[in-house]
Design a binder for this molecule. Structure first.
Ligand code: NAG
Ligand code: NAG
Length: 387
């Protein structure tokens, strides 16, 4: 061990060591040549393999074969489709910060390099089960490929849905939700972020376990996809339940004249959804200064979007709710309420603007319906709702 080191150190001084050095040089040269040969061979082989992958039927075979020892360049599943495929398992392992960051990716080239069929994401915010699931199952039947479903329940809820249900394995990881506080908006942002991970989701609707669809899928898809605006309720309400909930400490981000109120149940397109999940300007203001009796889920998104993108909002919700009984909670309807004439009252005498034109179709969904309403609703659905 000592000798070669001494040789190197005394290189050039001792003729013996010079000869040794040139000998070892010749050796290294030979090793280098051999290495180069292997490299050339390797590159040549890779090029040949790449071409054979591209021009033969190998992709299909490779896709089916278990991918144990496939080198990366032969991986035929490495296609664009694969890169943008939404996660098949919704129970991902990301925290909220990671999830929102990942969901905020937006393509900068507007044209999609593939045929994209835009879908509606139905996002259910619920405490536990979805008692009206059989009605929704019927509503979605036959429209596969045009919708996605996401369910956010309280973490304590462990129930599931049968494989035959559209809700099967559509639950996303949730965190403690204090009903009516900022964590409600956090849950909504979590739902939006999940839906954004699927590039084909173009319109995102927030619903609750007590919501029902008032029309068949074709009509709802048509109505939402042809709208120039997103259906976020947003209005300036004087009085204690509107402007009265405003806190002057939200300035300068939010002024009193910018303060808005709207239903928690909204429909937004991808653009607005990204705006909501990426917000770090208004979020801390609402978190700190909109606490009961300020209900953040009725003010945060309407106010924020009205400040940022007012021209994209229809300023009305698609979800019918009956506040006529007064009080803090809307009316809930059960078995005895479900009659044809009840829905006639919901459908008739309505007028609103749709793409700037007067329309009699103003609400696509309605709430609140108790679990006991399920059976009569199933009985009436085909006649009254068309599904
Ligand atoms: C949906 O309802 C409309 C109007 O009631 C009807 O014309 C249409 O055929 C229905 N579509 C489906 C797929 O049932
Ligand atoms: C919604 O309200 C905003 C202002 O609050 C307005 O700029 C926008 O034009 C309204 N949208 C429609 C469809 O009228």
């Amino acid at each position: 061990m000592m000798q070669p080191r001494a040789v190197v150190m005394e290189e050039g001084k001792d003729p013996v060591s010079v000869t040794k050095t040139s000998l070892s040089r010749a050796l290294s040269l030979r090793i280098l040549v051999i290495c180069l040969l292997f490299m050339v061979l390797g590159v040549g082989l890779s090029i040949i393999s790449m071409h054979s992958v591209r021009f033969s039927m190998i992709p299909q075979i490779a896709a089916k074969a278990p991918s144990t020892v496939q080198p990366w360049f032969e991986d035929a599943t490495n296609t664009l489709e694969n890169f943008i495929r939404p996660p098949s398992n919704l129970m991902y392992n990301m925290n909220d910060i990671e999830l929102l960051w990942r969901a905020s990716f937006v393509p900068q080239i507007k044209e999609y390099p593939f045929k994209r069929v835009p879908k509606i994401a139905f996002m259910f915010l619920t405490k536990g089960p979805l008692p009206l699931a059989p009605l929704w199952d019927r509503f979605f039947k036959g429209h596969e490929g045009l919708y996605s479903i996401y369910v956010h329940a309280l973490p304590s809820y462990t129930g599931g849905y049968p494989p035959s249900s559209v809700f099967y394995r559509r639950q996303i990881p949730s965190q403690i939700v204090e009903w009516g506080r900022m964590s409600m908006c956090e849950a909504e942002r979590r739902l939006l972020a999940n839906a954004l991970l699927d590039i084909s989701n173009e319109w995102l609707i927030l619903l609750s376990e007590s919501c029902i669809p008032l029309y068949n899928f074709s009509i709802i898809y048509h109505y939402i996809s042809r709208s120039k605006y997103s259906f976020m309720g947003s209005f300036d309400e004087p009085g204690p339940y509107g402007r009265g909930r405003y806190n002057h400490r939200m300035q300068p981000e939010v002024t009193l004249s910018q303060w808005r109120k709207g239903s928690q149940w909204f429909e937004v397109n991808r653009k607005l959804a990204v705006d909501i999940i990426k917000d770090t300007t208004y979020y801390p203001k609402f978190k700190e200064f909109c606490r009961p009796a300020c209900y953040v889920d009725e003010h945060y998104f309407p106010t924020m979007l009205t400040i940022q993108l007012p021209h994209l909002l229809a300023n009305r919700t698609l979800t019918w709710t009956d506040w006529s009984r007064g009080g803090a909670h809307p009316a809930t309807f059960g078995k005895a309420d479900i009659t044809e004439s009840f829905f006639k009252r919901i459908f008739e005498g309505k007028s609103c603007l749709y793409n700037g034109q007067p329309s009699t179709i103003c609400y696509l969904f309605a709430r609140k319906f108790a679990p006991s309403a399920l059976d009569p609703l199933l009985g009436l659905a085909s006649k009254v709702f068309g599904y």
